[in-house]
Every structure is written in structure tokens, then in C-alpha cells.
Write a protein that binds this ligand. Structure first.
Ligand code: SF4
Ligand code: SF4
Length: 171
């Protein structure tokens, strides 16, 4: 008994080749026609990385740790982002702000260490939603390729948005 798993299956034709078939010319011509047809079609690929497609407006990429308008770090190491992270990708250590450090940290407690493991991260954006201080958000860039796993552990210095010239002058 023969079972047809897929109705698309076609039995292989094993008849002896005719004289025209043995010349291969009609088959080659048919193949070249298909190739020529594709030359004039719009390309499905782009010359990446020279050409890059714009991301969707809802794309969520690499994280950034935000500063306030005076250039102070917004993060208060409350841990809500780490708690809300389904991939357990965020780790941090908190520290208390000392006298004279008010121009560096906005809150009395700050993240002395802050790390995101981009190999674990699923870019869901829950950390951004959970943050009560508007301190973390996901940008429209992605983590570049790396040959080593440790290259995907983003530390605070990698995540912290650079100070603007204007905020440097304020401090
Ligand atoms: S985007 Fe999602 S998975 Fe990635 S660090 Fe934030 S909460 Fe975790
Ligand atoms: S990034 Fe936001 S949620 Fe995460 S520890 Fe800092 S202040 Fe809290």
C-alpha cells in the first residue's frame, strides 16, 4: 500500500532522454531565461553594512542608562528593572551617594555596578517600563557581533549615555 504524505509529491520521471534533451540546450535556455528575468527584478537583498534598512519605530535595541538635564545619573539602583526582567539579564550593586557627589548622582543611592547580559536579553522592554526614574531605555541600535561571550556583558560605562557639553558646563 502506498501512502501519500504530501499531495505535492511528484513521481520522478525516469524515461530515457530524447535527442533534444541530451543536447541540454532547451534546458540551459530555460535556466538563462529565469536568470535574465531576475536581473531586472527589484533586489530582495541590500549591500549591508554599507546600506542599512531603517528599523521599525517599535524596534527595541541596545539599552542606555539615562542622565538628567544636569548630566547626573538617574538610576537609583532600586532593582525594579532586574526584578521585572524575565531573562534575569540585569545585575547591579548599589552604593550611597557621598557629600560632594550631588553633581554626579541625582538620588541618594546610585548603581555602583550595573550590567546587562545581552546574550540573555530578549529585548522585551520590561526593564524600561518598570523603571520609576526614567533611567533606562532601549534604543534603535543593536549589539554588534563579538567573538567572545564576555563582549556581550555590557557594563555601566558601556550603557551610560555620554555627558553632553552643556551638562558638563553646569557641573
Ligand atoms: S529588555 Fe527585557 S530581557 Fe532585556 S534586560 Fe530589559 S527586561 Fe531584561
Ligand atoms: S534603571 Fe531604573 S529600575 Fe533599574 S535600578 Fe535604576 S532606577 Fe531602578
Amino acid at each position: 500500500m502506498q501512502y501519500n504524505i504530501s499531495k505535492k509529491a511528484k513521481p520522478v520521471d525516469r524515461h530515457p532522454m530524447t535527442f533534444m534533451e541530451s543536447l541540454y540546450i532547451p534546458t540551459i535556455a530555460k535556466g538563462l531565461t529565469i536568470t535574465l528575468g531576475h536581473i531586472f527584478k527589484k533586489k530582495a537583498t541590500i549591500n549591508y553594512p554599507e546600506v542599512q534598512r531603517p528599523f521599525s519605530s517599535t524596534f527595541r535595541g541596545l539599552h542606555i542608562l539615562n542622565r538628567d538635564e544636569q548630566g547626573r545619573e538617574r538610576c537609583t539602583a532600586c532593582g525594579l528593572c532586574a526584578l521585572s526582567c524575565p531573562a534575569e539579564a540585569i545585575t547591579m550593586e548599589s552604593a550611597e551617594r557621598k557629600a560632594g557627589e550631588e553633581h554626579l548622582y541625582r538620588e541618594e543611592k546610585y548603581a555602583a555596578k550595573y550590567e546587562i547580559n545581552m546574550l540573555r536579553c530578549i529585548f522585551c522592554g520590561l526593564c524600561e517600563e518598570a523603571c520609576p526614574k526614567d533611567a533606562i531605555y532601549l534604543t534603535q541600535t543593536f549589539a554588534p557581533a563579538n567573538f567572545e561571550r564576555k563582549g556581550f556583558i555590557y557594563k555601566k560605562d558601556d550603557l551610560l549615555i555620554p555627558e553632553t557639553e552643556a551638562s558638563k558646563k553646569l557641573n
